[in-house]
Design a protein around this ligand. Structure first.
Ligand SMILES: Cc1cc2nc3c(=O)[nH]c(=O)nc-3n(C[C@H](O)[C@H](O)[C@H](O)COP(=O)(O)O)c2cc1C
Length: 225
């Protein structure tokens, strides 16, 4: 696939075929993703590819603890709820997804079902948990580097026919993820990526999210008009 086809065609996938993903394909995708740049080429990331029973235990533990009201224990710093433009964009993507799925705003049980799907990492056959070395915890560069490899990962996966959704709901109960993905204590859990072959009949998979314009995003300085 051409670069533009990958980047412009990729979208988050939240419905997967219940078909295993070959380990060799994951290796191939990770090998491409690892060409991502990192600060001073430190490559502080680790990728934990989890499937089968351990992943089911993560889904179950994450869901049970969230439903029981156990507080969020994600290992990155939060910023409270989104406001202003950020909140509007958050509402817009939710509206697009709910419209595709035929979920009304007022339909609490179906909205709750959608949240639970997120806790289960959308029942994806594979989850890649992205972590970084605790020795550099506290600075902002390691999370930045993790963002770079995660973006490269979802694009590399797309180029090979795999779909992904980057999923912070799936790591809300980090002790569960740490235990069942066997993540050592000297790594910090950053995010997880739910991965598998897209189910093309799943309506939300067709949603194309919007972007602000280049004019809104870029300030050009010193360029001739
Ligand atoms: C850091 C991060 C966390 C995310 N967490 C979730 C999540 O918990 N649940 C979800 O459905 N999507 C999640 N997403 C996916 C975003 O909603 C999605 O990337 C965004 O709406 C743009 O849509 P696109 O990926 O289809 O272009 C996350 C994305 C990022 C980058």
């Amino acid at each position: 696939m051409e670069y533009d086809d990958v980047v412009l065609g990729r979208r988050s996938i939240r419905g997967f075929k219940q078909e295993p993903v070959p380990k060799a394909l994951i290796r191939e995708v990770v090998e491409i993703a690892m060409r991502a740049p990192s600060s001073l080429n430190t490559q502080p990331w680790h990728l934990h590819a989890v499937t089968g029973e351990p992943l089911d235990r993560i889904r179950d533990g994450n869901t049970e603890r969230n439903l029981a009201g156990v507080p969020d224990s994600r290992e990155f710093r939060g910023h409270g709820g989104y406001k202003g433009d950020h909140r509007e964009r958050q509402k817009r993507i939710a509206a697009q997804l709910f419209e595709a799925m035929g979920i009304d705003w007022g339909d609490k049980p179906r909205r709750q079902d959608w949240v639970l799907r997120g806790f289960r990492q959308f029942d994806a056959p594979v989850s890649i948990v992205v972590t970084y070395d605790r020795s550099i915890h506290g600075g902002d560069i390691a999370p930045f580097d993790c963002g770079a490899i995660t973006n490269a990962l979802v694009n590399a996966a797309w180029s090979r026919g795999l779909g992904c959704v980057i999923n912070s709901q799936g790591i809300m109960q980090s002790p569960v993820v740490r235990e069942h993905a066997r993540i050592p204590d000297d790594e910090v859990i950053m995010i997880c990526v739910a991965m598998g072959f897209p189910d093309d009949t799943f309506p939300a998979n067709a949603v194309v999210s919007e972007r602000k314009s280049v004019g809104e995003a870029v300030s050009f300085v010193g360029f001739p008009d």
